[in-house]
Design a protein around this ligand. Structure first.
Ligand code: AP5
Ligand code: MG
Ligand code: ZN
Length: 224
């Protein structure tokens, strides 16, 4: 049975970090709209061209673009394994659209999990973040260093990058967008009893354990 979950939380809360761990442990696919948009920007697609300046300003990209992007992604075969939505939905219209898209595929959201982290910690996490250019593995100057300095644990790559929107000024704008436009979807999910909160201030392994407690054991014999 495919499980579909949403990881909600402000920039730097640990959505991407935990989504990758859950993907490896449970076999659902991580659907990060931020990663999809960054790929579109890098490829210079029409969506990427529209999104670039908006993302660099720390604002939200239009709902229509995001809904079309997720709809298309959910049509790909691997989405039948279930999804970990990372960075989507981010507005009430996106949350409504996601419900309709899943219902149209005979699925629904099993859990909506809010990662709660203080603003000061968010800024520190984001300003120290970088990732492997080759495989995308995430690192942090203080909290998540590779075993060998300058060498990616996952693929051995030695080229790393930092996101264009990961500077203190843009982070503050992303945070205010979160509180203005994304936090209002919390009551949307709370009203139907789908929302639970996890202490995202804990270390990464403890956050993963808390998420696993919500998801329960991976069903035996569940194919990838
Ligand atoms: P997006 O890429 O989704 O960025 P975001 O929401 O701002 O979140 P981040 O990716 O910055 O943080 P994260 O929660 O994934 O944290 P991470 O695990 O990396 O979106 C970027 C932009 O795209 C948006 O601003 C918008 O313009 C656009 N966009 C995307 N989706 C959209 C949508 N649906 N609608 C409209 N526009 C959209 O962790 C951060 C760091 O902290 C890492 O270095 C990590 O190592 C470290 N860390 C993680 N967990 C811990 C821990 N427990 N303790 C210590 N350090 C930790
Ligand atoms: Mg992320
Ligand atoms: Zn790598």
């Amino acid at each position: 049975m495919a499980i579909n979950i949403v990881l909600l939380g402000p920039p730097g809360a640990g959505k991407g970090t935990q989504a990758k761990r859950l993907e490896a442990a449970y076999g659902m696919v991580q659907l990060s709209t931020g990663d999809m948009l960054r790929a579109a920007v890098a490829a210079g697609t029409p969506t990427g061209l529209r999104a670039k300046a908006v993302m660099e300003a720390g604002k939200l990209v239009d709902d229509e673009i995001l809904i079309a992007m997720i709809s298309e992604r959910l049509s790909q075969p691997d989405a039948s394994r279930g999804a970990i939505f990372d960075g989507f939905p981010r507005t009430v219209p996106q949350a409504e659209a996601l419900d309709a898209l899943l219902a149209g595929r005979g699925m629904r959201l099993d859990h909506v999990i809010e990662l709660k982290v203080d603003d000061a910690a968010l800024v520190e996490r984001i300003s120290g973040r970088y990732s492997c250019r080759k495989c995308g593995a995430g690192y942090h100057d203080r909290f998540q260093q590779p075993a060998r300095a300058g060498v990616c644990d996952s693929c051995g790559g030695t080229d790393f990058l930092r996101r264009a929107d990961d500077n203190a000024e843009t982070v503050r704008k992303r945070l205010s967008e979160y509180y203005a436009k994304t936090a209002p979807i919390l009551p949307y999910y709370q009203a139907r009893g789908a929302l639970c909160g996890v202490d995202g201030m804990a270390d990464m392994d403890r956050v993963t354990a808390a998420l696993a407690a919500i998801l329960g054991p991976r069903p035996a014999g569940d194919a990838r």
